[in-house]
Design a protein around this ligand. Sequence first.
Ligand SMILES: [Zn+2]
Ligand SMILES: [Zn+2]
Length: 133
Amino acid sequence: MINGSCLCGQCRYKASGNLFDVMYCHCSNCQKITGSAFAIYGGVSQDDFEWLCDLSKVREFHSSQYVCRYFCNSCGSMISAIDKKEKNTVYLSIGLLDSDTAIVPEYHQYVSSKAEWYKIIDNLPQYMAESPV
Ligand SMILES: [Zn+2]
Ligand SMILES: [Zn+2]
């Protein structure tokens, strides 16, 4: 079981099954949203995902035509994102996981917009735009 919560704790969720598609995203939207060089996400199946809080505490923001991001309306943690092109997947912000889930990053995406000052030092595959999944 995967469990996650925001910084203040009012937003919580659980997901069964395993994380897949664990990736670093270097796109400019993820840089803005995290205030950092990149975001890291892992996917779970939409059917396996369940909010454990009042949905009125979760705020939505459409950061592009296809991507909707979900935030805590109190502390601002970005909890998850959904890409309308991959409707069956919920991408979880890995830093918010509370359970002892094994995290195995698989690749970097949107490396074409990577922060100039950040150097990738692992040997994972690097995709200039979206991963070719
Ligand atoms: Zn919060
Ligand atoms: Zn991104």
